[in-house]
Design a protein around this ligand. Structure first.
Ligand code: HEC
Length: 146
């Protein structure tokens, strides 16, 4: 058997696996693990004591107001990653459901590449102030988010 045969088989297998609908979300999960989990932890629990919010059971709420929806893209961890706009949109669509399925509004329309492109062009001056304002609005609407 030619040397390199098995590695190529593995590469073909991996490519097929990642392209396969059977493992929908797997590509996004890998992007999350590679680009985000170093700070946010594989399960999204973050490190609240060091200023990295726990996204479990909460980030879905942000989709309920336009400035919250924008915030998930504009926050530096998302907007400054090396992922392109299409992959970022896919990652967020996967992430909100993987981490806060019950908080995502039923009429959520998925992020698109163009939306990410537009929002990335408008970085936030003061991340904490924007988050405080969005969270305040969500709390007024009755959502339990901190
Ligand atoms: C270097 C550490 C780091 C990395 C890597 C990182 N983040 Fe973050 N993330 C943070 C911090 C810190 C915050 C809190 C807001 C701030 O200070 O920017 C945050 C906040 C967020 C929030 C807002 C959550 C909330 O409840 O306010 C989202 C959404 C987010 N990050 C998504 C991502 C995504 C998606 C990636 C990967 C593409 C990523 N982050 C990578 C550190 C990181």
């Amino acid at each position: 058997m030619a040397r390199g045969f098995y590695p190529s088989l593995i590469a073909i297998g991996l490519t097929a696996l990642l392209a396969s609908p059977v493992v929908a979300g797997e590509r996004q999960r890998i992007n999350y693990l590679l680009h985000c989990s170093g700070c946010h932890q594989p399960d999204g629990s973050g490190s609240p004591a060091s200023g990295i919010p726990d996204m479990r059971g909460s980030i879905g709420y942000f989709l309920r107001v336009p400035e919250g929806r924008a915030f998930l893209v504009q926050v530096p961890g998302t907007s400054q990653s090396s992922l392109n706009d299409a992959d970022t949109a896919e990652l967020l669509n996967w992430m909100v459901r993987a981490m806060a399925k019950n908080e995502v509004p039923a009429d959520f329309s998925p992020y698109t590449r163009d939306e990410v492109t537009r929002l990335r062009g408008h970085p936030l001056d003061d991340v904490t102030a924007v988050r405080t304002s969005v969270v305040g609005r969500l709390q007024q609407m009755g959502y339990r988010i901190e």
